[in-house]
Design a protein around this ligand. Structure first.
Ligand code: PBG
Length: 330
């Protein structure tokens, strides 16, 4: 058997030197495309490390301000706040209380960084309810879609009054985008943007996040979050959210859903973001800690893969650190 020689066609020419590879790169990461998710907990006097997310903490209000200042100095695009209250109840009262932890922390961060970062808030009830669901429950213990929408509307207005530039709707209730848009507009907050977590799957990769927000959930979210088996349904969710006024749509998680991300990126008329979630972070940190993979290269490759699949921006717990590496490489 004769082995064919490559002859004139030699793709390796473009891989020969670092300069050639850099020029030939189709996809690039930039700090401005990264958003840092952060946790702020009521009643802490010092930041509290998270066992399942090494390097990530629950912040105090003060340490959150410092984290936001570091993120702004690193030139990343935005920061997404999650609040962890001390007291929870059936309707998640802390979420709409102007003195609730998420709302006061939003105001803190806006005071600290102004417009240097897009200051964003998670708009969902799960951190605030004593049962841990993303919505309020009926007497039978089922998540009540339409009653939940009223809570989301009030939450959006509270976050806007606290200074949020963008609200991130992660609850997966039907109609949430339209209801929140209308509530913001009725309260005069036309300028506040709505990010719809349009294609959010019921994923095991949210595991470490449950520690981060001290989730009270006993059960699962499969009646509202999407079935991991479904690809086509993402297009339906995106179309609904865009029709209801979403300014940005999200695919979440990222790495196990790159096919969905690529589909959405190919057809969306609004920017498409992706969330590299807590379990994705934890897997790479855990393998790196054991020396099984190289941390910096694995982190960079993972985020690059999400960008390559079509995300315009990426929420990642490595945002600030990765921005530092990108600056070194300039
Ligand atoms: C809901 C919410 C969750 C995450 C972000 N927003 C948890 C869930 O849906 O169960 C998970 C993020 C992560 O795992 O990093 N408020």
């Amino acid at each position: 058997m004769t082995v064919p020689t490559p002859g004139r066609i030699r793709p390796r020419r473009l891989r020969r030197t670092p300069a050639m590879r850099r020029l030939a790169a189709q996809t690039r990461l930039h700090p401005a495309d990264l958003v840092l998710p952060v946790f702020v907990r009521e009643g802490l006097d010092a930041p509290r490390p998270l066992t399942s997310m090494p390097g990530v903490v629950q912040h105090t209000r003060d340490s959150l301000r410092q984290e936001a200042a570091r993120a702004a100095a690193a030139g990343i695009g935005g920061i997404m706040l999650f609040g962890v209250p001390v007291h929870r109840d059936a309707v998640g009262s802390g979420a709409t209380d102007p003195d609730g932890i998420l709302n006061v922390a939003l105001a803190d961060v806006v005071a600290e960084v102004g417009d240097a970062l897009v200051v964003q808030a998670d708009l969902c009830l799960d951190e605030f309810t004593d049962h841990g669901h993303c919505g309020v429950l009926t007497a039978d213990g089922v998540v009540d879609n339409d009653a939940t929408l009223e809570r989301y509307a009030a939450m959006a207005v509270a976050q806007a009054e606290a200074g949020a530039h963008l609200v991130g709707l992660s609850g997966m209730m039907d109609g949430q985008t339209g209801v929140v848009r209308d509530a913001l507009d009725a309260a005069g907050h036309h300028e506040v943007a709505v990010l719809a977590y349009a294609a959010k799957y019921a994923s095991a990769f949210y595991g470490p996040f449950r520690e981060a927000v001290e989730s009270q959930l006993d059960g699962d979210r499969r009646t509202y979050q999407m079935d991991p088996a479904n690809r086509r349904e993402a297009a339906r969710e995106v179309a609904i959210d865009v029709a209801e006024g979403a300014d940005v749509v999200m695919v979440k998680p990222a790495m196990s859903y790159l096919d969905v991300l690529a589909d959405v990126a190919a057809s969306s008329t609004v920017p498409v973001w992706a969330y590299q979630v807590s379990g994705e972070y934890a897997m790479i940190e855990a393998a790196s800690a054991r020396g099984w993979i190289g941390r910096r290269s694995a982190v960079t490759e993972s985020v690059l893969s999400i960008r390559r699949a079509g995300a315009d921006a990426i929420l990642t717990y490595w945002a600030t650190e990765l921005a530092g590496w990108l600056a070194e490489e300039q």
